[in-house]
Design a protein around this ligand. Sequence first.
Ligand code: BTN
Length: 268
Amino acid sequence: MTHRKVSKWGGLSAEQLRKRWGREDVHLYGAVDSTNDLARELAEDGAAAGTVVLAREQGSGRGRAGREWHSPAGGLYLSMIFRPQEAENPELLPLLAGLGIVRELERRIEGLAPSVKWPNDLMAGDRKLGGILSEAAWGQGRIRHLVVGTGINVARLGEGAPRGLRSLATSVNAATGRDVPLVEVADAVIAGLEAFVPRAPARLDPSLLALADRYDWLRDRRVAVTPLDGGETSTGTCVGIAPDGALLFRPDRGALRRVTRVTVEAET
Ligand code: BTN
């Protein structure tokens, strides 16, 4: 796909958004394949930390584990470039990004009741609101650059949304019952990403653990856990998040386990 730059996004120009968010660079596109891919290309070409890429829609939006991210016009598709000096625990990054974002969404958008479904889903009430895709480029044993992409459903999901998604997903406007400007959702995402990702700790300290506890959508829920590599599914209960970012899972049979690299389906 050829990527067409646009002069305005959410009614504001790149210059207005650059000032609003205190960025060196904000790139605005119409339809793209994936803002994460464009941000990665910009980062390879030397773009500054804090650079933001926004698109009105995506043709091949990507989610965790190679899933497709349905990205029609009316949603927020935002990727930000980071150049962390160190990030000793990259697996923690989506969770840190998510905690920062839901805290800001809760502060700024009344009536949303956001939470994080480990490790990278954003929830509003009991439905999926958005997700985070963190992708690092490595060189000489350290992160050369990191792209954190966030997708949030803002406009109500239309008839074009896949059937399975309509019953499980929601949007900012559906959850709040108002029409929230895209730029206000982007304000929260940018402030949320800046909160913990640039100086990402390797472990959650007590204040981050308290935040994880507060926004942990899975806590005390019955779930089915399946390893990403296709191992056997186990059922049990989620009991929290460990300091290293692993999910704490008590299977129906057996002892409490720390799990990583799994998908988690909540029982309905
Ligand atoms: C998930 O739920 O698995 C993560 C979804 C992440 C979607 C965002 S939209 C902006 C950025 N560009 C992408 O292709 N993916 C992320």
